[in-house]
Ligand binder design. Structure first.
Ligand code: PEP
Length: 262
């Protein structure tokens, strides 16, 4: 596979936090404090209620808007759900799919993930598809088996062309919101495995270009060594994305590591 560095991506998942005024204030602080991004892509992912508000602040900036979930039908009697075209119309460029909290708390299966990914792609959204093993799976030596199953079912039927629009996020479940981060070597091992799987399924060129983010208690202090790993292309950040300084610090570290290699 070619060794060219892929452009970094840093996405902040605000989860079910922030009122609209709080979301506006955070988005304004992030936008004002971000360094020149160059080819780095930054994505803010607020709750549904703040999408339009944050979208207005991001308009005309390089920072993109993302949503945390969608339903796979375009419209209909699906009370409480939000569709891909609705997100697109609200200004979203990305949507998170298969976050471990959705899988664990709301019973989302890999089949559901696949339906949602297809719906996102049809609407012109770029899905950020989350995969990762639990502590039990890791300790039982089943990490790659779990990753392979999530990739096979979650991406079933998708073409190499589809893969150009998809971002993958490796998020070991045991590292999300726990303060435990995978070591750079642990994360790189799984990222390299994911890329090899993509190569097997879609060929060398697609696999070399695929963006694979790491997520799990990323902070400014641990982001640089993670990003220095060959197959880690950026971060999906939870807790630290709620603090402007921390989130901007992570973007700065990714840019620093990127500059050293290009
Ligand atoms: C996440 O929610 O995707 C995440 C990685 O959270 P945290 O950074 O808080 O572990």
């Amino acid at each position: 596979m070619s060794g060219a560095r892929r452009s970094p991506v840093v996405a902040g998942n605000w989860k079910m936090h922030l009122t609209r005024p709080e979301a506006r204030a955070l988005a304004e602080r992030v936008v004002a404090a971000l360094p020149a991004l160059g080819t780095c892509r930054v994505v803010l992912i607020p709750p549904f209620t703040a999408l339009a508000e944050v979208g207005r602040i991001l308009a005309g900036t390089e920072v993109r808007l993302g949503a945390q979930n969608l339903f796979w039908e375009d419209k209909g009697a699906f009370t409480g759900e939000v569709s891909a075209p609705m997100l697109k119309e609200t200004g979203c460029a990305h949507v998170l799919i298969g976050h471990s909290e959705r899988r664990r708390l709301f019973g989302e299966t890999d089949e559901v993930v696949n339906r949602k990914v297809r719906a996102a792609l049809s609407a012109g959204l770029s899905p950020i598809v989350c995969i990762g093993e639990t502590l039990e799976e890791r300790e039982g030596g089943r990490t790659t088996e779990r990753i392979d199953a999530q990739l096979a079912a979650g991406l079933r039927g998708l073409s190499g062309g589809d893969m150009e629009s998809i971002i993958l996020a490796y998020e070991p479940v045991w590292a999300i919101g726990t303060g435990k981060t995978a070591s750079p070597a642990q994360a790189e091992e799984v990222h390299a495995h994911i890329r090899r799987r993509l190569e097997g399924n879609y060929g060398n060129d697609r696999a070399s270009c695929a963006i694979i983010l790491y997520g799990g208690s990323v902070k400014p202090a641990n982001s640089y060594p993670l990003f220095k790993e060959k197959n880690i292309d950026g971060f999906l950040v939870g807790g630290a994305s709620l603090e402007a300084d921390a989130f901007v610090g992570i973007v700065g570290e990714a840019l620093r590591a990127d500059r050293e290699e290009t």
